[in-house]
Ligand binder design. Structure first.
Ligand code: 5AD
Ligand code: SF4
Length: 494
């Protein structure tokens, strides 16, 4: 909404506007003055680095941070030895937190050599009061800390940081606000994440997300569609609709809309070639959605359907609200309607009270469902969640042993699933030039499988029918073939 020239209309002599996002554009303009001063002093633009931990939602948030930094005049880099570094953190498992603390130590080393450097932290980990206490006590060199609910205020908070010497901390407990229309810097010109909802109300007993991302809020369909139309006009051919539980999209809107209906409307956007979405909660996946996927030319043949455990007893303890049998029945219905669909999942090993028999049930489930891929996680105790207070925590050695056993089966199954496509011609969206093999590019099939083919940078962002010549474990080597060679012709290779 704000083009370059609109900044000229912002009068910094006046008080900042109170409405959003106008207020943030005021602060972008104000920060630009600091960048000008920096340039005069150093004869170069300041450099900024945004480092992302965690999920696709965080990746999208980082694009928003980068967009604001770019508008302010920072040169974006991946080098953390920069003038401004921000860590967009994750706290879903404890190892993510530990990595942040480790990396902060390194940043402190850079800051000693460049005292003008500013260090910022944001994201899920910052919503935990114990983390803030620890940072205040032992990481005094951090300049700015904010959370998930006020990310849209980044320009304003950065301005406060540039104007002060002390640590700026601004964390909100929750919000019902969605502020849109701020600058975004996309990592890929041809594909983009699109938030359709924020927060989560499911309260799975192991999960910290509902506490750090707040209550579930859906964006209005008109706003989502308008954003996608603009993205398409800007060269995007693939969108990934993002939410913690997209299947419950739209329930709390003034005029309720189902996720399936939203997909129908997104599908109608001309010029858009592919639609993905993440993540589906099995308890809310409707037959209407299966039908929409089945009939669609654009929705990719991939469903991420977190299982978490194959034992009904553990699922109950996890508050997942489905049984092993219900999950299997759902998969049966999906595969019956959409036979070429790839199903991937998340599994947690070592949830409190999990016995070797429970794990056997999970392993059996992997064999039955034949996942195309599964992300396996060791259970991590998250303070404040109901599972953290459960008494029967599984000893670490048992958790690790179970994890390794599960991983073996997951890999076997994934290999078998991948091999089934050998010799097919399917459409791939070329995503990047292959860094390690000169003369090759890397693409992604509708079912999310990766394929490497001979090619060059002119192919990036375009769709090509590709012959899958050789399966190498989880990915393929292949080659582009003339368009009429594509199996059943459709853009999804159907
Ligand atoms: N421990 C381990 N894995 C977890 N996940 C969420 N919370 C935890 C936890 N406390 C996993 C779930 C979820 C994925 C994003 O992270 O499998 O689907
Ligand atoms: Fe966490 Fe469950 Fe919400 Fe997913 S659905 S974010 S696992 S509480």
């Amino acid at each position: 909404m704000y083009g370059e020239t609109d900044y000229e209309q912002i009068n910094l002599e006046e008080a900042p506007p109170s409405d959003e996002p106008a207020r943030q554009y005021y602060f972008i303009e104000k920060c630009r003055r600091y960048v000008d001063c920096f340039y005069e002093k150093h004869n170069r633009f300041p450099r900024a680095c945004v480092t992302t931990f965690g999920c696709q939602m965080n990746a999208r948030d980082s694009e928003k941070l980068s967009g604001i930094l770019r508008q302010i005049g920072y040169e974006l880099t991946e080098d953390e030895n920069s003038d401004f570094v921000i860590f967009n953190t994750c706290t879903v498992r404890d190892n993510a937190n530990q990595r942040v603390y480790g990396r902060l130590g390194e940043l402190n080393g850079y800051k000693r050599r460049n005292p003008e450097m500013k260090i910022a932290l944001c994201g899920c980990m910052m919503q935990e009061p114990e983390v803030i206490e620890k940072l205040k006590k032992s990481y005094g060199f951090v300049d700015l800390i904010f959370g998930t609910h006020n990310l849209y205020q980044f320009a304003e908070l950065l301005c406060r940081t540039l104007e002060s010497d002390g640590m700026v901390v601004d964390i909100w407990k929750d919000t019902d606000r969605i502020v849109e229309e701020l600058p975004v810097e996309r990592k890929y010109p041809f594909k983009s994440g699109v938030n359709i909802m924020f927060g989560c109300d499911n309260f799975c007993s192991y999960c910290i997300v509902p506490y750090v991302r707040g209550r579930e809020r859906s964006r209005r369909p008109e706003d989502i569609l308008r954003e996608i139309e603009r993205l398409v006009a800007d060269g995007v051919v693939e969108v990934m609709l993002l939410g913690q539980n997209v299947n419950s999209y739209g329930r709390n809107l003034e005029t309720p809309v189902t996720f399936a209906e939203l997909l129908r409307r997104v599908e109608r956007i001309e010029g858009l070639k592919r639609i993905r979405f993440m993540t589906s909660h099995p308890k809310d996946l409707s037959d209407e959605l299966i039908q929409v996927m089945k009939e669609s030319d654009k929705i990719c043949r991939h469903l991420h359907l977190p299982l978490q455990s194959g034992s009904t007893r553990i699922l109950q303890q996890m508050n997942r609200r489905y049984t092993r049998e219900q999950y299997l029945e759902l998969v049966r219905r999906i595969r019956q309607e959409i036979p070429d669909i790839a199903i991937t999942t998340d599994i947690i090993v070592g949830f409190p009270g999990e016995t070797p028999e429970d794990l056997e049930q999970t392993i059996d489930m992997v064999r039955q469902v034949k996942y195309d891929n599964a992300f396996t996680f060791l259970y991590s105790k998250r303070t404040g969640t109901p599972a953290a207070a459960m008494e029967n925590q599984v000893p670490e050695a048992q958790r690790k042993e179970g994890f390794d056993r599960l991983l073996k089966v997951v890999q076997e199954t994934a290999r078998e699933q991948a091999a089934a496509h050998q010799g097919k011609v399917l459409e791939a969206l070329i995503e990047e030039v292959n860094e390690s093999t000169p003369g090759y590019v890397t693409g992604r099939l509708s079912n999310n499988t990766i394929v490497h083919i001979p090619g060059d940078e002119t192919m990036v962002g375009k769709l090509f029918p590709v012959l899958l010549e050789e399966c190498r474990g989880f990915y393929y080597l292949g080659k582009a073939v003339p368009a009429d060679g594509c199996e059943r012709g459709g853009v999804n290779g159907r």
